[in-house]
Design a protein around this ligand. Sequence first.
Ligand SMILES: *Cc1c(COP(=O)(O)O)cnc(C)c1O
Length: 377
Amino acid sequence: MKKIQMVDLITQYQEIKSEVQSAISEIMDKAQFINGLAVHEFKDGLANYLGAKHVIPCANGTDALQISMMALGLQPGDEVITPSYTYIATTEVVGLLRLKPVFVDCEKDTFNISSEAIEKAITPKTKAIVPVHLYGQSCDMEAIMDIAKKHNLYVIEDNAQAIGSDYTFSNGETKKTGTIGDIGCTSFFPSKNLGCYGDGGAICTNNDDLADTLRMVANHGQSKRYHHDMVGCNSRLDSIQAAVLNAKLKRLDNYIDSRRSAANYYDEAFAQVDKITTPYRDERTKHVFHQYTLQLADSVDRDGLVEYLKGKDIPAMIYYPIPAHEQKMFASLDTECGDLTTTDWLTTRVISLPMHTELEDDQLKYITDSVIEYIRS
Ligand SMILES: *Cc1c(COP(=O)(O)O)cnc(C)c1O
C-alpha cells in the first residue's frame, strides 16, 4: 500500500506532468511571466466553468477577500457578519481593514454559517455577510440571499474550499458557489480542490461596475496607466501558476468525482458506527469534499484517536482547533460575538481524514478499519 497522506499532490502531478511542463516552458521561452496568455486563458476558462460574467485573478485567496471588501467601499466600523468556525483568513481581512467582525454560530450538521444566527446579528451598522462554504459544501444560500435582500447587505462568498460546488434554489435554478452573492472569492493554494503550484486566487462577480472596481483595487487603484484613483494593492496571478491551473481546471470535475467517491467509501464504512457522525449531505448542494470531516461523540478521546492513527502512519487533522473569536489577534479589536455554542463544541469534536484525488481502496480500507478499531476499543 502506498504511504497515506492528507493530500497527495505528487501522484496527481505525474498525470499532468508533460502538459504542465510544456506550458511552463513556453512561458519561460517567451518571458511572459506577468499577464501572459495563460492568465487570460485561465480567466476565461474559469468564468466559463463557473458561469460568472467576470473573473479577476489575484495573488491568493486572502487578497481576494481583502480586495472585495475594499471594492465594496466598506468603511472602518462597518459590521461584517462572518462565521467564527472558518479558516482565519476570512475574518482576518475584516480586522485588517478595521471593519468590525461580527462572529456568528454555525449549524451543527453542515458546519456552515447559520442563517438564523445571521439574522439575529444584524444591526443598522451591518454592511456585509461573508458566508464560507466550509469543507466543500454550499451554505444555505437561498436563506442568506433573502436576508441580504431584506436588509440591503452585500454578500461576499468565501469559496476557497468549495470551487465546483453548486446550490439549487427552490425555483429549480442551480448556480455554482461563488457566483450567487455580489462577489465570490477563491484560493488556488496547492492543497485546495483547484490548486496551483504556489499561491493564487480569484474573485468573480456578475456586476460590471463592481468588476471594474475590483480590477482597479487589485492594480494599485489604477483607472488608466499612471492614473491612480484610489488606494489599492498589488495582487496578481502569475502566468506560470495560470498554466498549472489551465491543466487542472480541465480535470476539476474528475477531481471532484474522485473526492466524492472517497467520501462515499468513508460514509459507508462509518454508517453503522456509533459515536461517529459522517458529513451531512444537503440535497440542495453538491458536496465537493475539500475535507472529509467527522464529528466524534463526547465520549471519544479525540487526541487519543489522532495519536493512534499517527502510530499507524495515518495522518489526520483538526480543522479548526481554535475558532476565530478566540484568536488573540482580535483581542484588541472591536468585535461582536453571537451565541457560539455550536462552534465551541465542534472545535473539540471534529477530525478530518485524508482526502484527495488519489486515494485508493486499500488505503481507504486501512484508514476506516483503523478508525473503527479505535472507536470500538
Ligand atoms: C485557504 C482559505 C483562504 C485563503 O486562501 P489563501 O490562498 O491561502 O490566501 C480563505 N478562506 C478559506 C475558507 C480558506 O480555506
